[in-house]
Design a protein around this ligand. Structure first.
Ligand code: NAD
Length: 251
């Protein structure tokens, strides 16, 4: 119970991947959790399950993280309910594969907004209360792709995820004096239902040949790193980017 009494917001928490996995892990360590997602129903369903199985208070919140108004409303609802925000996990993300030569400007903006601008907007919204209480833990989800690039039509996504690393490094310097840490996780390939639907099994088999640990990741692999960063175990780390990729990227 490393997070007893803490309050966490997880964005993009109602999918089948990292966001939901992290929400469960935070609750199992004792945190109360705001399960935030753009989906109109799933945040409430996930929150109800977390509450009934862990005994922690989880609440659902519908929030599109590209919209400042919606984020402010979600953070206000958190403060009204729990009186504070200790932990923010900037997990929500999205992609739409297009080669640069064919890329629509709107697609570029969409991918930059949902992966990078969202990280700025959500961090900005929670910082006043974290600074006031002189405690905060922010973890941003980048991607290992920012180190290696991609031929799959991900120039916008890769740019956004590299931007998340830069944002992390600047924000950690701005808020360190308030005992707010800001770190980043760069996952490798982490299985979820969506990926299993869009790629054939051969894609994963081929990918896994390049992974020293010989397998794709699971949301719980990322959750373990998040728990380290947000608990007292990680209290002297800030501005860092952890590659949690089974060794797929080494730096
Ligand atoms: N899965 C991977 O292999 C992988 C690899 C590297 C990085 N990442 C990053 O990790 C994070 C989690 O990825 P995941 O694949 O595990 O997905 P996930 O299951 O955590 O789901 C993402 C969730 O984000 C929500 N979402 C999308 N747009 C939103 C918006 N505008 N506002 C609020 N919510 C929104 C979706 O409804 C979905 O529930 C993302 O930032 C992703 O880019 C994932």
């Amino acid at each position: 119970m490393r997070l007893e009494g803490k309050v966490a917001i997880v964005t993009g928490a109602a999918g089948s991947g990292i966001g939901q996995g992290v929400s469960w892990a935070l609750a199992r360590e004792g945190a109360n959790v705001v399960v935030s997602d753009a989906h109109p129903k799933r945040p409430f369903e996930v929150a109800e399950k977390i509450t009934s199985e862990t005994g922690r208070e989880a609440i659902g919140a519908v929030c599109d993280v590209t919209k400042a108004d919606a984020i402010d409303k979600m953070v206000k609802a958190t403060l009204d309910k729990f009186g504070k925000v200790d932990i923010l996990i900037n997990n929500a993300g999205g992609n739409k594969l297009q080669q640069v030569v064919d890329m629509d400007e709107e697609v570029w903006d969409f991918v930059l907004d949902v992966n990078l601008k969202s990280t700025f907007l959500c961090s900005k919204a929670v910082l006043p209360s974290m600074i006031k209480q002189k405690y905060g833990r922010i973890v941003n989800l980048s991607s290992s792709i920012f180190l290696v690039g991609s031929t799959d039509g991900e120039a916008h996504y890769t740019s956004a995820k590299a931007g998340v690393v830069g944002f992390t490094r600047c924000l950690c310097r701005e808020v360190g004096k308030h005992n707010v840490t800001v770190n980043c996780i760069a996952p490798g390939l982490i299985m979820n239902e969506f990926l299993l639907k869009i790629y054939p099994q051969e894609y994963f088999d081929e990918f896994e040949k390049d992974v020293p640990l010989g397998r794709s990741g699971k949301p719980s692999d990322i959750a373990g790193a998040v728990l380290f960063l947000v608990s007292d175990d990680g209290s002297y780390m800030t501005g860092q980017t952890l590659s949690v990729s089974g060794g797929w990227t080494l730096y």
